[in-house]
Design a protein around this ligand. Sequence first.
Ligand code: AMP
Length: 378
Amino acid sequence: MPFSSLGLSPSLLKALAGQNYAEPYPIQQEAIPAILNRKDVLGIAQTGSGKTASYVLPILMNLQGKITSKNRHVNVLVLVPTRELAVQVKEVFQTFGAGLPTPIKSLAVYGGVSINPQMMALQGVHVLVATPGRLLELVESNSVHLTTIDTLVLDEADKMLNLGFKEEVDRILALLPKKRQNLLFSATLSDDVNNINQLVLRDPVVIKIEAESNNIDLITQTAYNVSDEKKGPLLRYLIKQKDLKQVLVFTSSTYKADNVADKLRKNGIDAVAMHGKKGQQARTETLHKFKAGTLRVLVATDLISRGIDIKFLPCVINYELPRSPKDYIHRIGRTGRAESPGQAISFITPEDQHHFRVIQKKMGKWVTMIDAEGLDIK
Ligand code: AMP
């Protein structure tokens, strides 16, 4: 099925061709016509499914000719759990909105950075992508008004609730006009998400896209038995010996992320750590470099793994195992997507053995184990 059969305008089809989107992903095939028809949508889908474009494209199309001229009154509100996702979603709006007959102005607002530049930038904005806390601050200071919202998107709703944003989301919902289109996307349908779903959505079109765990066969998984003190040398050995050009390394703590990145750099391997304690500008720059392929190794904690999308990421390394099997599947799901082959490597200490067996059992797949002792690592 081509994009042209979904009801999108010629200028959007041109923008899609410019991004080399040849065919719509399954979620896009279902969501785009429904959203163009002004239906509410419940999308159970993960990052990587193409969910962002599935709502950005029809929203941009619906906005053509309908934007409000009242200043600081936005038309579309997208609520997201993290600043990384806010920036990412805004970029998709900009990419596809650039060449449209009616130019659409979008803006991402999030906490952890100064509020003043965001207050100023809200002038003339049509699509606002926001984390809940910062949005409320901006509403309270009269920098933005939500009374003209006609489409609300709740993206990664499960994560938003898990991070404790329920109260803020409720407060924001109370500020919106009653008549509006609602789109809710979530990786899982937990009880909490279901509550919001029942509260917000009206007769929604429900779209369910298979989880990453079902795509796990696309990923080559290997695990190395290694002692804690040999992990650093093993990491350097693998990067060099396998000539890995772009690697995402996961650690469990910010301290460890910094430490691993420092050691790699001392050994002449280009690496940067990214975690919640880094400033927003540094995080954006690092992600940009990594996406552009000018940074070889990104060492990250789980906090940022969700929502980070990098095309054709060839390799993910679990320097330390995550606590839950779900997080393991989520981490390795950063690779081997969109039909490009990927590999996931895990470092397993003697203490991790039991936990790794639990992860494999839950995943329903046994991973090849290699003894690092047998390798020629210095
Ligand atoms: P998302 O699930 O929205 O984070 O999207 C995952 C990735 O797939 C992003 O890098 C998109 O640019 C890419 N993508 C989305 N839809 C398509 C498509 N129809 N064809 C090719 N790439 C796509």
